[in-house]
Ligand binder design. Structure first.
Ligand SMILES: [Fe+2]
Ligand SMILES: [Fe+2]
Length: 176
């Protein structure tokens, strides 16, 4: 093969490789945006439900849970803000409420407004859902997007702390 032809083929091969890498990175970035968006909705849905529960529960036994959830509203809004900022930074768009689909069946205010135990179970389940989602994004970002990974590790730590707190509540409330 003439040398000039050989070098042309090599060039095309390198270009195709670069292009394929570019397409793959684009696909991963899109997948990261999609998962960040789900995390964003989970955070916002938690604020809706924590707000409802923190007001709606009745009884002395509910007081501490209501207080704790009322302060968590701010934390979860901050999480949502951080996620939205990251979505934008990696060239995604932050959706409005028409794109929202609720998922947190376990976090609905309980039928019996004094049923603190089922509320605590619901919070733990919702935290599990968030924890699973952050772990998923952390794995997805590995070797590709360390800034998103770092954010999600921080959010994961917050949710694990939050779950631990509610597991503690459960221990006490299931006693009586
Ligand atoms: Fe959160
Ligand atoms: Fe949380």
């Amino acid at each position: 093969m003439p040398a000039i032809l050989f070098s042309k083929i090599k060039k095309i091969e390198i270009l195709t490789l670069h292009y394929r890498k570019h397409i793959m990175n684009q696909a991963t970035n899109d997948a990261i945006i999609k998962e960040l968006t789900r995390a964003y909705w989970l955070e916002l849905e938690a604020t809706i439900n924590y707000l409802a529960i923190s007001v709606d529960l009745d009884g002395i036994r509910a007081e501490e849970i209501k207080k704790s959830l009322a302060t968590d509203i701010q934390t979860e809004i901050t999480h949502a803000q951080e996620l939205a900022a990251r979505i934008k930074e990696i060239d995604g768009r932050v959706p409005g409420s028409f794109a929202f689909k609720p998922e947190q069946a376990s976090l609905q205010p309980p039928e019996d407004s004094t049923d603190v135990v089922s509320t605590i179970h619901g919070v733990i389940e919702a935290e599990n859902m968030a924890i699973e989602q952050y772990n998923k994004i952390i794995r997805l970002c590995d070797g590709i997007d360390y800034v998103t990974q770092d954010l999600c590790i921080k959010l994961l730590a917050d949710e694990e702390k939050h779950r631990r707190e509610f597991r503690g509540f459960l221990k006490e409330y299931e006693k009586d």
